[in-house]
Design a protein around this ligand. Structure first.
Ligand code: HEC
Ligand code: HEC
Ligand code: HEC
Length: 123
């Protein structure tokens, strides 16, 4: 019985350390992962902090004007972002927000993350 309780306490401590100590390198609950192409083309998955953007902008700024409101439904690549100024590049263009040149700012996931809402504990 005692061993079980210690296990639970240690487990909780571990979980909280992930929640509060973790940086943004591999995402938080509710972040969205975009990885239809990135990993196949040699880049870490994209971690999109949806809640952060939701707090900053009204939904209709992005849906459906910039992004279809379904995980994985948008065919996004770097040419569209950097050259055509579409998708993330509508804002991450050096005017509304930073330029999309610091790759790791968006490609901050770890290999194997699946497209969709990040669930479970970040690694
Ligand atoms: C800055 C742009 C932006 C804003 C603002 C935004 N979203 Fe999103 N949303 C996204 C992106 C990007 C995705 C992922 C699309 C993809 O995977 O192709 C997404 C995905 C979604 C999804 C799909 C989730 C799923 O599991 O399929 C829902 C639902 C959603 N958003 C709802 C909202 C609501 C409600 C708001 C306002 C409270 C909002 N969004 C504001 C960019 C935004
Ligand atoms: C409607 C405008 C808009 C769109 C579209 C948008 N962003 Fe952002 N994003 C912002 C703003 C504004 C910030 C806050 C930073 C700032 O003030 O420049 C931000 C912040 C971020 C951050 C927070 C971390 C950091 O280093 O600042 C990440 C990561 C990010 N965006 C990724 C993305 C990705 C990936 C996409 C496309 C899937 C995207 N954004 C689409 C406006 C946008
Ligand atoms: C503003 C956020 C953002 C930044 C910064 C960014 N990317 Fe991306 N990138 C994305 C998104 C979103 C996708 C689509 C992810 C998916 O669905 O797999 C993507 C996809 C890709 C892909 C696969 C599609 C393609 O274009 O071939 C590659 C490769 C890539 N990025 C390389 C880079 C490199 C290299 C940099 C730095 C010079 C970079 N990215 C910076 C958001 C970003």
């Amino acid at each position: 019985m005692k061993k079980v309780r210690i296990g639970i306490v240690l487990g909780m401590a571990l979980l909280f350390s992930f929640l509060f100590v973790g940086d943004h390198v591999s995402g938080y609950f509710g972040d969205m992962i975009l990885n239809s192409k990135a990993e196949k083309r040699g880049m870490p998955p994209v971690v999109f902090p949806h809640w952060y953007h939701r707090a900053e902008f009204k939904c209709k700024v992005c849906h459906p004007a910039i992004f279809e409101m379904r995980s994985g439904a948008n065919d996004i690549d770097m040419k569209k972002i950097i050259i055509d100024g579409q998708f993330c590049g509508k804002c991450h263009n050096g005017t509304i927000s930073w330029k999309p040149i610091d790759c790791a700012r968006c490609h901050s996931g770890v290999p194997g993350m699946k497209t969709g809402v990040l669930e479970g504990f970040p690694k």
